[in-house]
Design a protein around this ligand. Structure first.
Ligand SMILES: *Cc1c(COP(=O)(O)O)cnc(C)c1O
Length: 360
């Protein structure tokens, strides 16, 4: 067996300890004589798995009691519709467009009401986060929407926008559990888990209870109503049970590592190794305004497409895989999520140095 360093943006690297544990439990989970994949979602064994996962997530994020945690299907993209369907009581929402994912959410919301783009960084290929301290927030906006970490462009909100009292909704898919957050500042925090938590096919929605109502837009399907899932403890229908189980293992792993303060320290340490190198390199350069740099997704270029392709190919041959940038931007991108060890980032930088010397 030989593991690579996987810099994929998602689905992405998972902690090796977790993969080994789930492998050990594949044929017989905790004396049940079956895999979690084969288990009824109505069984006591599964109820304990989902309850423990929720409790550990609540501990990690210090989620206040007036927030519900929902384990839903449809990925992060389904939330682009589910949010307006459930929250657009006035049929007005404000969007801050800092990348493709925020743009998709903004475009989807237009199907349900008046979605306003109150700020954008598209003028400079989404390479920065706009000043959001005094935006023209609509007086009747039902919420203000952000994508907190922009997976494709490698930017991150270091400060939340001033929503002028309106409910903040944030897509945190690619920075979920990467550092501590103050949940009480948000109405909804949600993220697809395949970036920084678990396998693909699930989204976790952390939602303030007053936003869970029966008063949704006409025609909203039962399955797309938050109340359906909140009332049923995420077991209205068969959930992505195996994914919930693996996420639960990752929550335990995060706790054993020292929680989100410690993950932040580690993530800052790892990102600094890569950014410091990019800032000193004569061949590679980062594409993001330094103050808005993400700790999770690090895009960089050589400025020459053929050189970029050569780098990606040779890196893969050296066991450093999935470094190709998103198809919409080109270049390279290293995603260095929680489960990427420091040794992986050091190996990448060592390889970049060698490549730079060979291609000077
Ligand atoms: C990957 C990603 C999505 C889309 O996730 P799906 O689960 O594939 O729908 C949405 N938002 C962000 C920030 C992402 O990184």
């Amino acid at each position: 067996m030989s593991r690579v360093y996987n810099f994929s943006a998602g689905p992405a690297v998972l902690p090796e300890e977790v993969l080994k544990e789930v492998a050990d439990e594949m044929l017989d989970y905790n004396g049940t004589g079956m895999s979690v994949m084969e288990m009824s979602h109505r069984s006591a064994a599964f109820q304990e798995i989902i309850d423990t996962a929720e409790k550990d997530l609540r501990d990690l994020m210090h989620i206040p009691d007036n927030y519900k945690v929902l384990f839903l299907q449809g990925g992060a993209s389904q939330q682009f519709a589910m949010i307006p369907m459930n929250l657009m009581k006035n049929k007005v929402a404000d969007y801050i467009v800092t990348g493709q994912w925020a743009k998709k959410a903004y475009q989807e919301a237009q199907k349900y009401g008046k979605a306003n783009k109150i700020a954008s960084s598209e003028d400079k290929t989404f390479s920065y986060i706009p000043d959001c301290s005094d935006l023209p927030v609509s007086p009747d906006a039902d919420y203000v929407y952000i994508c907190e970490n922009n997976t494709i462009y490698g930017t991150k909100f270091k400060e939340l926008p001033n929503t002028k009292g309106k409910t903040l909704v944030a897509d945190v898919s690619s920075c979920f559990l990467s550092e501590p957050v103050d949940v009480s500042k948000y109405g909804i925090i949600y993220g697809g888990v395949q970036k920084n938590i678990g396998p693909a096919g699930m989204v976790i929605v952390i939602i303030r209870e007053d936003l869970i109502t029966e008063d949704v837009l006409p025609g909203t399907p039962t399955m797309l109503t938050y109340k359906t899932h909140a009332d049923a403890g995420s077991l209205y229908n068969t959930p992505n049970a195996y994914c919930i189980y693996v996420c639960g293992k990752v929550f335990k792993w995060l706790k054993s590592m020292g929680g989100l303060e410690e993950m932040k320290r580690r993530n800052e340490e790892k990102a600094k190794i890569l950014y410091d190198f990019l800032d000193s390199s004569s061949l590679f350069k980062g594409t993001v305004v330094p103050k808005d740099r993400s700790l999770m997704n690090v895009p960089f270029v050589t400025g020459d497409k053929e050189m970029d392709a050569k780098f990606v190919k040779e890196a893969a041959a050296a066991g450093l895989v999935n470094l190709k940038g998103h198809r919409s931007v080109g270049g390279m991108r290293a995603s260095i999520y929680n489960a990427m060890p420091k040794a992986g980032v050091e190996a990448l930088v060592a390889f970049m140095k060698k490549f730079e010397e060979e291609n000077a």
